[in-house]
Design a protein around this ligand. Sequence first.
Ligand SMILES: Cc1cc2nc3c(=O)[nH]c(=O)nc-3n(C[C@H](O)[C@H](O)[C@H](O)COP(=O)(O)O)c2cc1C
Length: 280
Amino acid sequence: MDMYAVLMQRRSIRNFSDQDIPADITEKLLDVANNAPSGGNIQPLSVILVRDKANRTKLAEIVGQQPWVRNAPLSMIFCLDFHRVKRWAALNETEFKGEQALSHFLIAYADVMCAAQTVALLAESYGLGSVYVGTIQSNMDGAREVFAIPEYVLPMMVLSIGYPKSRPRTIPKLKREVITHNEKYLMPSDEEIRGAFDAKYGNFSAKAEEYLEKAFVETIEAEKQGAEGVISEVMKEMQRLEIRNNAEFLFKLRYPTDMMVMYNKRILDSFRKAGFDFWS
Ligand SMILES: Cc1cc2nc3c(=O)[nH]c(=O)nc-3n(C[C@H](O)[C@H](O)[C@H](O)COP(=O)(O)O)c2cc1C
């Protein structure tokens, strides 16, 4: 299959079989992570492999009880690692202050995600599936404690990997034209924006479960994997908050926007605890 076809079929997989990933495939996944592009080729990246059942359970707890993290045979914690770089600089009687430089941080986070996505795509080409789990960013302290992550290292992303048991079929995307601008940014009208998202999510008043399959497939998967009552809880919340459309669903219920802003403090505290400070 050509690369375009592989990438157009890719979906986040949350339903994994018990089949282990052969060691040589895991090694290849790590090879491509290590061979990924890196700003200045500094490679401020460490990848923690989580395969042990007890550690998988701990990681699932850290990221907010996402069952696929417990069930995947392998999760990789992608860490932004300035520890190794700082130590190397110091050994060479020079200083590296990446933990204070926003520009170093932004490039390093891009490096980390280039590596993670390279792994996700190679995994896909081997018939594996994967899902990113970004909620580790809300509990970096917990992850640092459980996985013995030192100062100047931030666990930024989890990628859970395994052989898929099933694939979601109804994940909607914007039309290609919506994200494309030729030569300069083309300002959309209100109607174009409304139309773009209406076309993506479809009719809000469709049956609730069908709607969740498109807009919050995690609830459907979590319920299938033992998190009883998740779907009915979300439906109750939809009624309580009188959710009337797709945007309200996303930013009042799923990612309540004021709460997202309040998370800043927690995230900045975690940064500080890890020795990072580029804002004061
Ligand atoms: C940065 C990032 C963080 C994500 N975090 C989570 C997560 O915590 N849990 C989860 O189940 N999926 C997570 N996902 C997967 C998205 O939900 C998924 O990509 C999205 O629904 C689109 O589906 P697709 O990947 O099949 O196109 C994350 C994806 C990205 C890129």
